[in-house]
Write a protein that binds this ligand. Structure first.
Ligand SMILES: Cc1ncc(COP(=O)(O)O)c(C=O)c1O
Length: 364
């Protein structure tokens, strides 16, 4: 009778395929330049400089290009993706666009489970990279449906909400924080007072918060949160399972529940931002600078204006950094469409007036 020692299971055959897949992902990174850090032209005499880290210039148009690369590498080297694995994700769109790109790069099928309200532009981008879209009525259904679909086809649920904070190297490896700090090195205020970001998975804020602590920098991390999101009340109350169950209107950020990759312990401050204010801010950015960005960038800017005004009022000089998370093309039909804004019952005028007064006076 055969003993355990006699039975040798050879799993090596996929190793060559994994080697090639990792080479392709690394080659993609090697072909890509780092994203720019733009100066936002606020009045110089304020003594506060504002910078925009432009993640919309990644090959797949958003900050999610970095995350998707990390998630695919993490799953490949963990033996979770092989030559015949269908990769499945639950996403509001941006991550799925970037993941469809990497699935195509290594030659595996990709399925995105996303809310029916996801912008048609994002769906078209996922399909352009060969991905298939599976719509669900409510965002909250995405996770379970993605898990089911992966089980049904023997695929892999790559699960950004769980793995975003694990797959990204917070020590460096050109993560977004290391890139920003390097690009500020020759500025008049090279160590920023604040970095301001939003949270969808929470991966970006977790990476930045950990990196700042790891490098022992005095810079503080502020996270902005849109309406209906669980993050701010969950962070403020210390309740790890806080949930609102409500949908959000600013694509990519704000969640109906606290997510596993949201790390409250690295966040110094959270700021609530009305959805109409986010849209007013991103439209104002376009009018003032020509930069065309998505709603979550507007949410970031509202947070920046709040903190810059506070620094000016307290007579403090320094720099503040935030992100352009993705491009505005994806939102022509929504945030940049007056009929969509009206149908949402939003009045942008009071927020726009407040932003214009800020740019004129430094008060917010
Ligand atoms: C447009 C946009 N902005 C911001 C974020 C937030 O990033 P994170 O998931 O790292 O918290 C996302 C996430 O999906 C996004 O799509």
């Amino acid at each position: 009778m055969a003993t355990v020692a006699d039975v040798v299971v050879e799993s090596g055959s996929d190793r060559d395929w994994v080697d090639e897949a990792v080479r392709r992902v690394e080659a993609d990174a090697n072909r890509s330049a780092d994203t720019h850090l733009h100066v936002l032209p606020v009045p110089a005499d304020w003594g506060v400089d504002v910078y925009l880290k432009d993640e919309s210039v990644h090959p797949t148009g958003s900050l999610k290009h970095r995350l998707a690369r990390s998630l695919f590498l993490h799953a490949l080297v963990s033996g979770q993706i092989g030559p015949h694995t269908t990769v499945v994700e639950a996403s509001s769109g941006s991550t799925a666009v970037s993941e469809a790109y990497f699935a195509q790069l290594i030659g595996v099928p990709f399925v995105a489970v996303l809310p029916r309200t996801t912008s048609p532009e994002k769906i078209a981008l996922i399909e352009r990279y060969g991905g298939r879209c599976h719509a669900v009525e409510h965002g909250a259904e995405m996770y379970a449906r993605a898990e089911e679909l992966a089980a049904e086809c023997g695929g892999h649920y790559i699960d950004q909400f769980t793995y975003a904070e694990r797959a990204t190297d917070w020590r460096g490896n050109n993560n977004i924080a290391e890139s920003v700090v390097a690009q500020l090195a020759r500025e008049r205020h090279p160590v920023p007072e604040w970095i301001v970001v939003g949270a969808g998975t929470g991966g970006t804020s977790a990476t930045i918060g950990r990196y700042l602590r790891y490098r022992r920098m005095p810079t503080r991390l502020a996270v902005v949160d849109p309406e209906n999101s669980a993050f701010l009340p969950g962070w403020a109350s210390g309740a790890p399972d806080y949930a609102t169950g409500l949908p959000g209107r600013i694509e990519g950020i704000g969640r109906p529940r606290m997510e596993p990759s949201f790390v409250p312990g690295v966040i110094d401050l959270m700021l609530p931002v009305p959805d109409a204010a986010s849209i007013a801010a991103v439209r104002h950015l376009h009018d003032r600078t020509g930069r065309f960005a998505g709603g979550s960038t507007g949410t970031n800017l509202w947070g920046v204006y709040t903190l810059v005004a506070r620094m000016i009022a307290e007579g403090r000089q320094g720099s503040v950094v935030t992100l352009i998370c993705d491009g505005g093309e994806r939102y022509r039909h929504s945030y940049y469409a007056d009929d969509w804004v009206a149908a949402q019952g939003m009045d942008l005028a009071p927020h726009t007036a407040r932003i214009e007064r800020f740019w004129a006076t430094g008060e917010f």
